[in-house]
Design a protein around this ligand. Structure first.
Ligand code: FE2
Ligand code: FE2
Length: 135
């Protein structure tokens, strides 16, 4: 599922805002086309690179703060997305264009991220937060 829904809310305003912002970009990312790297494509790359460092960082801080038991596994997923994203963006920037392979890899990565990570892993964290007694 590639849209935001209230059940994904963590109750942490900043994290929720960040999750919504990547869903807002989905259409742009999924409509990327093969060809030279335009200003729009550059904008998408910048958004994603900035997003992984700020968003994953905020989420991980909250996990540490709340002693989340699955922190390590969750962090490994963040590292995987970050590395894959960097690889794709670097190859495309070096080549000066998006070929079919980069375009498909980027779309698949973002779909995996939204459908698996936010819907499953981030949701598990949300459930944990909601069950905390002090909430
Ligand atoms: Fe997240
Ligand atoms: Fe996450």
């Amino acid at each position: 599922m590639l849209w935001w829904q209230e059940s994904l809310a963590t109750g942490n305003e900043l994290i929720d805002k960040q999750h919504k912002s990547i869903f807002d970009q989905t259409e742009n990312i999924l409509s990327l086309e093969v060809g030279k790297i335009s200003k729009d494509v550059e904008g998408i790359f910048k958004f994603l690179i900035n997003y992984v460092s700020t968003h994953f960082g905020h989420e991980e801080s909250l996990m540490i703060q709340k002693s989340y038991p699955d922190f390590k596994k969750h962090r490994e997923e963040h590292t995987y997305f970050t590395n894959e994203l960097y690889n794709i963006v670097k190859r495309a920037v070096d080549a000066g264009s998006l070929d079919q392979e980069y375009t498909d890899s980027l779309k698949l990565l973002v779909i995996e991220w939204l459908a698996d990570h936010i819907h499953v892993s981030d949701r598990n964290f949300v459930n944990y937060l909601n069950e905390l007694p002090e909430k």
